[in-house]
Design a protein around this ligand. Structure first.
Ligand code: ATP
Ligand code: MG
Length: 245
């Protein structure tokens, strides 16, 4: 397969898509017939705070950030039914995958989407006012049904954040992997390189990991600076783990 055919992108069917039973419609819009793209991976994910923070790291500190985390973790759409808080995470693969899915999704703001691109997925979304403690509207949250990676660097970061190599068929791996030669565990935001009671195993010798993740952990263990945090590496292994909230 040449490099162009290997382009991958991360799609999230967000909680509002599930709540409104729009998943079938969205999957049809993105299907191979319409988009020419192929499934490379799919997971049903109850998004915990660690994953939400890493996914939206670029928005940390913005007025809508906390509301965005409540949105993607499903707290806003299922306040009283925590077990329903889920998103569907999908990796699509094929030529021009990133642009094709962004086109089908449409503009970020659902009001703009309705004006500029009627018929796109996000034209079905809505804006929700965000208020401060005094009840004043300080921003709008954009409930726009779908996430789609914006460029190749974001796609790589996001796919490696949500998916382990084992979630994707080996012949569809777009990024380098490596066989682990050491044990790595996680507890309370700390990395353990030897088995530790209470620590969650990230991977053990013989497991297949993203090479860049192993490089990050080696640097962290050596006290060196890293582009990504331990939480970034660990998050995909903590997905749907009952010990993580
Ligand atoms: P996504 O990353 O979800 O595919 P995007 O790339 O079009 O969307 P981003 O700028 O990455 O847009 O923003 C991520 C998400 O944060 C948006 O989908 C939206 O829900 C929310 N968001 C972005 N900008 C704003 C804003 N100015 N006010 C409120 N919410 C926003
Ligand atoms: Mg984005």
């Amino acid at each position: 397969m040449d490099k162009k055919e290997l382009e991958q992108t991360l799609v999230l069917l967000k909680p509002d898509a599930l709540k409104n039973s729009l998943t079938g419609y969205l999957l049809s819009q993105l299907s191979e017939f319409h988009s020419g793209l192929h499934f490379a991976g799919a997971r049903i994910v109850a998004v915990n705070r660690i994953l939400a923070e890493e996914h939206y790291a670029e928005h940390r500190g913005k007025a809508f950030y906390e509301s965005l985390l409540d949105y993607i973790t499903g707290r806003l759409h299922w306040e009283d039914e925590p077990w329903k808080r889920r998103v569907v995470a999908i990796v699509y693969q094929g030529a021009d995958a990133i642009r094709k899915i962004r086109d089908i999704a449409g503009p970020t703001n659902p009001h703009v989407a309705r004006e500029d691109k009627p018929g796109c997925i996000r034209a079905l979304g809505t804006l929700v006012p965000i208020k401060d403690t005094a009840g004043r509207v300080i921003s709008d949250r954009m409930d726009n049904l779908i996430h789609a990676s914006a460029n190749p660097a974001d796609a790589e970061r996001e796919i490696k954040l949500w998916f382990t190599p084992g979630d994707i068929p080996p012949m569809m791996h777009a990024y380098e992997t490596e066989i682990c030669d050491a044990w790595h565990g996680y507890a309370d935001g700390r990395l353990f390189t030897q088995s530790e009671p209470g620590a969650i195993c990230l991977f053990a010798p013989g497991d297949v990991a993203w090479r860049s993740d192993l490089e990050t952990l080696r640097r962290l263990a050596g006290g060196l600076e890293t582009a990504e945090s331990l939480n970034y590496v660990a998050a995909k292994y903590l997905i749907n783990d009952a010990r993580i909230r």
